[in-house]
Design a protein around this ligand. Sequence first.
Ligand SMILES: *Cc1c(COP(=O)(O)O)cnc(C)c1O
Length: 405
Amino acid sequence: MSLASGRDHLAIPGPSVMPERVLRAMHRAAPNIYGGELVDMSDTLYADLNRLARNEEGEVVIYIGNGHAAWEASLCNLFNRGDKVLGLINGRFGLGWVDMAASLGIDMLRLEGGSEEPVDPARIEALLREDRAHDIKAVMTVQTDTSTSIDNDIQAIRRAIDAADHPALLLVDCIATLGCQPFDMQGWGVDVMVAGCQKGLMTPPGIAFAFIGPKAWNPDVRPDLRTPYWDWVNRVTTPVFAMRFGGTPPTHHLYGLRAALDMLFDEGIDNVWRRHRMLAECVWCAVDAWQMEGGLRLQVPEPGHRSLAVTTVCSENGAATALREWCETETGVTLGVGLVATPGTNTSDDLFRIGHMGHLNPPMLLGTLASIDTGLKALGIPHREAALEHTTQLLARLIAERGLR
Ligand SMILES: *Cc1c(COP(=O)(O)O)cnc(C)c1O
């Protein structure tokens, strides 16, 4: 017997909870793909995706695929075999993108920041200053690394590149963060950004995006890694609707995405970011309030280095896995597995992740935190009392102050 027989709550860092409005928009008969409503509706998606990313002067391509597809598409369209690229690593996702680039034949320079803090932008600047011949073609980084929940300061990375007076492009993976936390492609000088639909954009996994800023958009240059299917020039310039997708469009995903973007703009993107910040602060408050010898702690010590979309929690003696399994069976909350930052290992029994991205409000998040609190008691995992009391006091304060922040 368990109490899990209500609505299941998925608190993993992607795919995130799918809103009814998105699901309803997808529940329809197959549309014509050669003209009519789908084609007209899709035009609005490109404009609104660029509005969301603040890339109004650039281009955006929709690929059928997951985040990994957008990773590969961005690399293929920008580089030749043997090009030198600087990759920042502070977790499994930064590492995954860098490894993919290396396996494509790109000459990767790796800057590791460890698993608790971002790479220091001063190290980026120093490395670029040494590259007097300007061999390094680009700097690539994740905004949030979803394994460690480290957040990189993208503006600081751009400042480091500029301070070195280096022409390298800046490539950013916002797969975890687009629609969750501030991002301004143009304002921050990002040249290429990749994202998926299943995290902050609340749409079932299946489509991904490459945003291309003016400096990275060179339709007359053909890098030798570019293959016909991923070719973003064809996809942007084709007059044939289906060929924007390299074939049959992802019809129902497009309707789902339309509904998701409507939800984000109806709420107001600044409010969406503010909501994510307030909910993230509740998670940090609860974990800090539980913390004691032998119990849980946040993986990222410095609040300014933490993601607003996901939080990684560390434990001892395998408590994370025990807690995750207890919450799933006994309460119906699914927490994210712990992904280890270093290669060679995979999941860890002393890490779990709380996804707080997308379609999420206080009852959903407080329910998750209260389930964890109950699990700590049920399993005898060391923790301090009254963490939920601290958290709701903080939330009340944040709500009272929201106009000022
Ligand atoms: C989820 C995620 C990915 C991988 O996306 P998939 O859709 O699983 O391929 C890559 N990078 C980051 C930062 C992510 O959060």
